[in-house]
Design a protein around this ligand. Sequence first.
Ligand SMILES: [Zn+2]
Length: 659
Amino acid sequence: MTASPSAKTGNPKLAFRPLPVPQVDVYGFWGDRADAVATCTADILYERCVEARMLEQIDPDRPSPGIVIPFHSPSPDEADRQGAEFTGSTVTTQMFWDSDLGKTIETAAYSLYRRKNPELEKKIDAVIDMYGKLQQEDGYLSSWYQRIQPGKRWTNLRDCHELYCAGHLIEGAVAYYQATGKRKLLDIMCRYADHIASVLGPEPGKKKGYCGHEEIELALVKLARVTGERKYMELAKYFIDQRGQQPHYFDEEARARGADPKAYHFKTYEYSQSHIPVREQHKVVGHAVRAMYLYSGMADIATEYGDDTLRSALDLLWDDLTTKSLYVTGGLGPSAHNEGFTSDYDLPNESAYAETCAAVGLVFWASRMLGMGPNARYADMMERALYNGSISGLSLDGSLFFYENPLESRGAHNRWKWHRCPCCPPNIGRMVASIGSYFYSLADDALAVHLYGDSTARFDISGVPASLTQTSRYPWDGAVEIALEPQAPVEFTLHLRIPAWSASAQLKVNGEAIKPAEITSDGYAAIKRTWTKGDDVRLDLEMPIERLYANPQVRQDAGRVALSRGPLIYCVEASDNDSQPHRLTLPRTATIEAQQRPELLGGVVTLSTAALADVPDGWQDGLYRPEPPTTAETRLTAIPYFAWDNREPGEMLVWLRDG
Ligand SMILES: [Zn+2]
């Protein structure tokens, strides 16, 4: 029942919608990643949610952990400050458990589509039953406010993740419905969304609130699209429009519960991007994940309503992020203090916070900018974040995770099994499991191919069922074969991204060469024709090895160089090198070779070259001396950044000394 672009949810004819996950099969590189999630991560997420005792918080048939089992409760103000974490001797409860379960359901849903897993499906059904029982008569649903803090609902939107949790459960519900056809959770969440709309909104008598942690906005857009109900789109638009308006809701809300608004732990509403109305925001600030989720929701609303005022703000925000505050890996948010942004060009490598969720959030935002039409400005960055700073957060076998994704390590930053705040594991899980929907988007008379790699997409265009199959070894090779199979001849435009990193691209349609430059705008070659069964397109993207240098304003990268090939950023890891990475210098004249290594890290292309290494000999007696260290010739081997820390722990470095 996926709504068509012209359904009740919106009007713009040009809107491009991602293909739903079940309509795209991925193989090759992303097939391996998605298999790791389907065969390993999805089960692990559920099990670790159980181990973290989340079900005890949501299951109304069990004693409420907040009431029956003694726990240490901080004062309300302290709870606000600490994100209201209540830790007791026998149980831990969290205000955001519903969000982790929502993302776990979403990961399971997309994984079930890829690989049947009746046992997991049964467990998820049981969790959904718990939510069904927990839901109140009026539709309200929050395990935290019903079971741990009863009587306090809608009193602290600033800090307590109430709508954020709703958003993740909505996303889980949409995914579970799409993957399994079961609509119990979807119905539950529609009832809850209706309740939310009865409490919050622009109408007289309703609270003028919105969530301190954005997420509900993009989730409601998904709900509107899958149900065809415009009221959910309207609610999402309200949350976007109301954010940062005066009088400030978070001030009023704090006073209403007897707190001083100025006592806010994070000092400024920049932390939650609510310092000014969103259309006036030009600078990326605050908590990185919140920012990415907000901009994602804004992009959806800009697409659905054809709202250029939102789009203008988003373009300025995009410029600000990508020219001043983005790691070369597509990671973002350097500081642990606010889990977010600091000042322009501040991109420390070893202490980089660069939360997995933030890079995943950038993928969400970039993909939604593509709703307004194919544009490589967004898709290239989506690809950068996808292949580097996001999937670095998941081990190759799908069992271990990173929260922070630094660009330098002395060997002690290693993957962990679980986290006190386990937001990242299910976030990277659901993104990988739904990767097919990032490959393609569809408009009334066009299909855009944003990502390359082995895959098959099924879609209807102008009423004609069609499929498109890519055959490619991407990202290891830039040759892409595309076969089109419409069931009847049909005219539409096929948009193919020509990545900015590709020095040259060659294009053939049914064997006939076309000059990409003549049909390319915004970084996409547009091929408009009547397609018939058996048509094929061949795209050859040159994939040079690049030396990348940072803007001189980035103090941490001065005199340094990073290596890339195609969409991949590389790093040097101890396992492949005789010298410690920080002692290596990469000469500018060195010839760098790409080498296929099917036996290494699940099959990667490595980069290797002659390099120089500082020799520690003769330095046993002291720290300093007037002569520089001697150097020795050595070999340097670099691996894709996403694959680091999958072997024995060791040092790692992205930005090498440039010689
Ligand atoms: Zn996270």
